[in-house]
Design a binder for this molecule. Sequence first.
Ligand code: AGP
Length: 608
Amino acid sequence: MCGIVGYIGNKNATDIIYDGLKKLEYRGYDSAGIAVIDHNIVKTNRSTGKLVNLKANLEKNPIAGNIGIGHTRWATHGKPSEENAHPHTDCSGKIVVVHNGIIENYISLKKQLVEEGHKFDSETDTEVVAHLIEKNYHGNILEATKKALKQVRGTYALAVICGEEPDKIIVSRNDAPLVIGVGENENFIASDVPALLAYVRDVIFLENGDICEITKNGVKITNQDKLIERKTQKILWNAIQAEKGGYKHFMLKEIYEQPQSIQDTFRGRVFSDQKQILLEIKNITKEVLNKISRIYIIACGTSYHAGLTAKFLLEEFVQIPTEVDIASEFRYRNQVLDKNSLAIFISQSGETADTLVALRLAKQKGAKTLAICNVIGSSISRDADDVVYTHCGPEIGVASTKAFTGQVMALLLLVFDFAVKKGTITEEQLDNYIKQIWNLPSKVSECLKQADKIEKIAKIFSQTKQFIYLARNINYPIALEGALKLKEISYIYAEGYAAGEMKHGPIALIDENMPVMVIATKSRIYEKIISNIQEAKARGANIIAIVNENDTAVTKLSDYQIVVPEVDEIFSPIINVIPLQLFAYYVSTMRGCDVDQPRNLAKSVTVE
Ligand code: AGP
């Protein structure tokens, strides 16, 4: 995720901003920059890569001033490069912006601005805002920013400075965090608290729609053109706690980020008023897709589980035979792919060695290739013919959570995109699904409200030696994913199984010492899963069931229930995985395991 830091006061802004950006490094980034105003002159310094590169640039070309803004960029639109690094300026170079978020309508805005003669230096969505402010600037940077934002659709934490008005920073937020640090004759801004803790403890967390004018002696906040007061809060966290946003572990923070990361993944790609999906796919056109006879999905670990959900969706909606493969197996078989094959590679890091080699082998066989990645500019995203990014922000915890639900979300969008291209989905169906997609973040938030109950159940099972996870159909991959979560962070042996497969052997494992987690939300196989629960119950298993509200049949049969909101079953993997993530997290912490850095594991397996 991008990081923003700003300062206005009597000290040198450059040093304060640089130090603040260093405190935001954990958010992940691929370029950085700072702009200051020095006697009405805007001075900017940017670099790709890590902040040390920016520091080297600043030593060669120092900039100083009492007001400035800085940024670490996590690329979303436009590759990591100096040109795409923030801050961005307007044509005059006097108006400077830094931004975190996604400007959904930047393409149409940019087209109009270019037609009006504006010259752009970058591929970013952010630069559009600088020119939009310029277009509306008539001597008042606050008013110009307000007018510009009225034309913008999307998410933003935005900071603006102007060479003509060097006594103020303008900031605004919509669905991306921004906090003001309140000092004595100086004020600070940042995307997140860690950047401020060395200087202030009194902060103001901005709300959506707030537009503020910040001088060194004051903060003026408006919302919908009305002057408003926001309370100042005192931060008691230490620096480490602050990086985790007050959560005990990055994994827990990332579990709770999922309503936002899922929304960030579909925002700008589905519109409730338009029956279409907008994905950045250039090469897999309708014509190409109509020649595809088979789809191969190749990945590792959690990403492989996301791929298994896509198999159901592709065969359900696009009717192209689909097979899913573990990359380390795929790469050592005789891959029977050809130019009529589409190979989809799923990877959070975009650097997993087995998946990268599998991609290159598929290309050698002439297959069309598409990547689902979370890291812009990663090897897998660069080598594939097309890429659909999950906009989850950096995932620090080794156990993947928000990246998984982001992958499933991105795959759902891909399936609908293909179905539109193949004509295998009606407008009415698509419209209905798009409406449900917009409700998913709030449904995920409802799941997160079960955390206390899940923690209590986890306590009961925290010392168990083994676990079986059961599910069927589109939730079978979620049983595998839930078991993997428990295995990798609590070191308990856990097995995910297709519930219908139990009677072919694994049921011999069931007795009162084998707890069973079963996904039993409403679906076309609901009655079948009830039979499977009865089979396990009859052999003495302790059963935890994931159920929908008002469920009776499964509730009667199971020992513990975790209630999740009912959604169309094609969306149920995103909902049903949430309690399994929390369950694994709580069991792990109760066993004193290292949740964020489990033993023997790496976040990105870049070796065979
Ligand atoms: C997931 O919790 C694991 N950390 C691991 O299985 C991971 O999903 C796998 O290594 C694939 O990583 P990738 O998505 O970055 O390719």
